[in-house]
Design a protein around this ligand. Structure first.
Ligand SMILES: Cc1cc2nc3c(=O)[nH]c(=O)nc-3n(C[C@H](O)[C@H](O)[C@H](O)COP(=O)(O)OP(=O)(O)OC[C@H]3O[C@@H](n4cnc5c(N)ncnc54)[C@H](O)[C@@H]3O)c2cc1C
Length: 385
């Protein structure tokens, strides 16, 4: 018994075929290795080249740089399937590169930067990270203090970042730095090569969930990079970072849709096989009703997510209320479903040999990453009140 996905006017035959291709990639290249990679706390580097060969790393970007010229809607479908490999961290590591690190570069970077970083990253030859958060600045991006001072044709960068996904092995970082005065207008984005002298990776951080993605502290001690590594215009970094949060929030929302489908599938399989008091769990009205609630929240999330993707495709941008609504709702819905499916599995749900507790841990971060639930509420409230 598996979950019958509800029809959506946003999905067509091309997207269905694309979905099948991504699902086959996950069946072959990800799920068989999920336990091993989660235990190791990282997935192999060559997964980037395999994903690139399948067209999954540059889906939305200009074919001139090797991208697929695809849409946000196709990105949603890809994320829904990639996340079903029972290793959320692996999907997070791939998307931290293809969406989080590359989108600012793809939209605002010079041709030289695209040639040197975007194209090889789309081919899976380089790994990218996005470096915004600092020990003293997370939700409040305008509070960052990592400083880039112009010296001739160089920027000299000093400071610290934390919680950076792909941080231990990134070849480059799309780095938010302070080039001007305090506040939002003093921020710029540069492409920072991690072989620059003075750069050091600190602790690899142990996390509650998403364990197959590496998350690190990064230190910058008078690191010199060319001013030509500036992305777009100096002082526009805050606008670039905020406008590209839309893509990140959409990715998290689509991940939530995929996880809910996977968990409801696993739940239906278990509930139809598990006998209690002489009949399967699916015969108990309490579980029948709980499945209807889960399915309804799943489809509500899908609808909000596809609608937000459609809006982003129509007028590229971010800060969109629709994206914040999708992300706000998605985080709550997937945490609800993960908790219900955990309960459904009784004692088996507590055992590490099953993927269920792993998903339960992984989704706790969905109300934090890419802008917390409270920040989504602030964005929506600002448009309402
Ligand atoms: C696994 C993981 C991976 C990450 N990867 C990256 C990455 O690759 N790159 C990167 O730059 N960052 C990354 N982050 C950081 C992430 O973006 C931040 O954790 C997030 O933005 C929240 O910032 P913070 O942790 O500093 O919390 P804070 O901003 O200090 O927030 C603490 C609490 O206060 C609440 N709060 C904040 N502002 C308000 C407000 N105005 N009104 C009401 N409540 C508020 C928050 O919602 C939260 O509940 C990652 C985080 C995690 C956990």
């Amino acid at each position: 018994m598996s979950y019958p996905r509800q029809p959506s006017r946003y999905l067509d035959d091309d997207l269905a075929a694309f979905r099948n291709m991504v699902a086959s990639f996950v069946d072959l290249e990800i799920r068989p290795h999920a336990d091993e990679w989660e235990a190791a706390g990282e997935f192999p580097r060559d997964l980037y080249t395999k994903a690139a060969a399948a067209g999954l790393l540059g889906l939305r970007y200009d074919p001139k740089w090797g991208g697929g010229g695809g849409s946000f809607l196709a990105t949603c479908v890809m994320c829904e399937e990639l996340i079903k490999g029972d290793t959320v961290g692996t999907a997070v590591g791939l998307l931290a590169q293809s969406e989080f690190a590359l989108s600012v570069l793809a939209d605002e970077g010079s041709d030289r930067l695209k040639e040197e970083y975007l194209a090889p990253a789309i081919r899976g030859e380089l790994i990218g990270a996005i470096g915004v958060s600092e020990p003293g600045a997370g939700s409040d991006v305008a509070a960052i203090t990592t400083r880039a001072v112009r010296d001739g044709d160089d920027y000299v960068i000093s400071g610290q970042k934390t919680f950076i996904t792909n941080g231990t092995r990134a070849d480059f970082i799309a780095l938010a730095v302070r080039t001007g005065d305090a506040g939002p207008r003093g921020i710029s984005v540069v492409i920072f090569p991690t072989d620059t002298p003075g750069f050091a990776v600190g602790r690899k951080l142990e996390k509650l969930g998403s364990r197959a993605s590496d998350t690190a502290e990064l230190f910058f001690d008078e690191c010199r990079i060319p001013t030509g590594n500036l992305v777009g215009e100096e002082g526009m970094g805050m606008r670039y970072v905020l406008s590209h949060f839309g893509g990140e929030r959409l990715v998290i929302s689509a991940f939530a849709v995929g996880i809910m489908e996977r968990l409801i599938d696993l739940g239906l399989e278990y509930a139809s096989a598990r006998q209690v008091f002489g009949k399967p769990l699916t015969d108990f009205q309490t579980w029948r009703h709980r499945f209807t609630e889960m399915a309804t929240r799943l489809e509500a999330t899908r609808t909000l997510t596809y609608q937000a993707a459609d809006l982003l495709d129509a007028r590229h941008g971010s800060g969109d209320v629709a994206v914040s609504m999708a992300k706000l709702y998605a985080a709550g819905a997937v945490q609800f479903v993960a908790s219900e499916i955990l309960q459904l599995h009784g004692g088996f749900g507590q055992m590490e040999e099953s993927a269920i507790p792993r998903y339960y841990r992984d989704v706790a971060g969905f109300s934090v990453g890419a802008g917390t639930t409270e920040i989504q509420r602030e964005i929506i409230a600002a448009a309402l009140i």
